[in-house]
Design a protein around this ligand. Structure first.
Ligand code: SF4
Length: 480
């Protein structure tokens, strides 16, 4: 996976800053609450949601178990349909393949369908280094690009911006990227959408090359699938002469029948819709219809390493619906930028450290960016046990000695105490003996103060459990 955002601090420091931003918290809280309420209603309409969820999980697990077979089948089908398949082991290789393909067309600009895989590998920056400009066409991605910002949500990358901020971004920045915003632009959704439509239309009609991702790939037909809400993606997928799709290898599904399950799970989980407005499917090239040239870049970039981990591999089931973000109390307050990766929220906390490894401070901090409340697991349409993977990754971080300092010190002290029964008995007796002197809250200093200030100490019993046992169940006593 490409590097961390430049200069990005680890999660605790980044979150300490973002949680102080009242505007950001208000924007996030309003947006996530609205989406999660709607999603809950949309999911509740289906009586067979648990069965669908189980099917989604099983299809993904089966495919991951036989990934090599399905990828080869996919390559064969794409090639037979007139496309060309390229294999990219990492971000650098994928970026080089795409840049070479664009340069071979003689073009210097591309339009893009919203794609997490290309963000993951930093494609826009790599193309810019080669003198190629990539224009984002998803409305939220356009806002992020114009503002020279970073995405903060999987589905709604500009979720941290409100309408007034978006109006100002359009008014200030559209002219530097193409058609300017109208002079009388207001912050009404209709005005903003119209300004974006006119700005983008110019690009769609001019572009000869498009770059996309894909939500799914069907192995038996070589078909790629993009689901979206605006129709801008479809313009990218159909108008240009050359289409280059960069897709993670875990996005493959064996058959069309499998797609049916995910086309029910994804829209309800992500946008709370029964069906998303636009589902585009393309298979190779067809004379007289759509792009003349189609290239599929299959991206590994840490995925086979993730697959090798028996607990962590379930993260590869993810269909990027963002339901876990919208229910996460940590994401809601810290915002997406604090995670230092294109994958924020609970899924980012387990996927990023697996794709990038846990060597850096930022990546080692991510498994701790959670309260382990389990809301993400309940919401996930493919039943990824995110808390289980978080704990598993914490273990990995702790083993490499880069875990949370205070937690490690506390666990070391607890380990010593539990290893020394006499000391343990003395400590618990001392705690019980002084119970009337204990404060209601621990007066911890420094950063721990925020934690201790809002938590009462549990009331100490009148005797230790061992003393109680000796008195009530000890030798000569009978169990009641
Ligand atoms: S982990 Fe589950 S809930 Fe989160 S984005 Fe992926 S599929 Fe959706």
């Amino acid at each position: 996976m490409s590097g961390t955002y430049l200069g990005m601090p680890a999660f605790p420091e980044a979150a300490a800053v973002s949680t102080q931003n009242a505007q950001l918290r208000a924007n996030l809280s309003h947006a996530t609450r609205t989406i999660r309420d709607k999603r809950a209603a949309a999911v509740a309409e289906l009586t067979d949601w648990p069965e669908l969820r189980q099917s989604g999980r099983e299809i993904k697990d089966h495919t991951l178990r036989h990934l090599d077979r399905y990828l080869l089948q996919l390559e064969e089908a794409v090639t037979a349909a007139g496309g060309t398949v390229h294999w990219a082991a990492d971000a650098e290789e994928a970026n080089r393949i795409v840049a070479d393909l664009v340069k071979a067309t003689g073009e210097r600009e591309v339009v893009k369908v919203k794609s997490m895989a290309t963000q993951e590998i930093g494609l826009n920056e790599a193309l810019a280094a080669e003198g190629i400009t990539a224009y984002e066409t998803d409305l939220a991605e356009l806002i992020v690009q114009l503002a020279d910002d970073r995405p903060s949500h999987i589905l709604v990358p500009a979720i941290h911006r409100n309408r007034t901020e978006i109006r100002d971004i359009f008014a200030d920045r559209m002219a530097t990227w193409g058609r300017p915003a109208p002079e009388d632009l207001t912050d009404s959704p209709a005005h903003l959408a119209e300004a974006a439509r006119l700005h983008l239309r110019e690009k769609f009609l001019r572009a000869k090359v498009a770059v996309s991702g894909a939500n799914f790939m069907i192995a038996d037909t070589g078909t790629l699938v993009v689901v979206e809400s605006e129709g801008n993606g479809r313009m990218c997928l159909t108008l240009p002469e050359t289409l280059i799709s960069v897709v993670g290898i875990e996005k493959v599904l064996p058959t069309w029948n499998d797609l049916e399950v995910f086309l029910q799970l994804l829209p309800r989980s992500s946008t709370a819709e029964r069906m998303n407005p636009y589902t585009s499917l393309w298979t190779g090239t067809t004379a007289g219809d759509g792009p003349r040239h189609f290239h599929l870049v299959l991206l590994d970039n840490g995925r086979t390493d993730t697959l090798a981990d028996e607990v962590g591999r379930q993260a590869l089931r993810c269909i990027r619906c963002s339901a876990c973000l919208n229910v996460c109390p940590v994401y809601e307050r810290a915002g997406g930028h604090a995670y230092g990766s294109v994958y924020p929220g609970p899924i980012g906390a387990i996927l990023t450290p697996q794709l990038r490894g846990t060597a850096s401070e930022v990546d080692a901090s991510l498994p701790y960016a959670s309260t382990l409340c389990g809301a993400c697991y309940d919401a996930c349409p493919v039943a990824i046990d995110i808390p289980e993977v978080l704990v598993h990754l914490r273990e990995r971080v702790a083993e490499q000695g880069t875990g949370h300092r205070a937690e490690r010190a506390a666990l070391r002290a607890a380990t010593w105490l539990l290893d020394h029964p006499a000391a343990y008995t003395a400590a618990t007796r001392a705690a019980v003996g002084t119970r009337r002197l204990h404060p209601r809250r621990l007066p911890l200093p420094g950063p721990a103060k925020a934690w201790s200030d809002t938590r009462d100490l549990p009331a100490m019993p009148e005797q230790t459990f061992r003393d109680w046992w000796k008195k009530n169940r000890g030798e000569g006593k009978t169990a009641r």
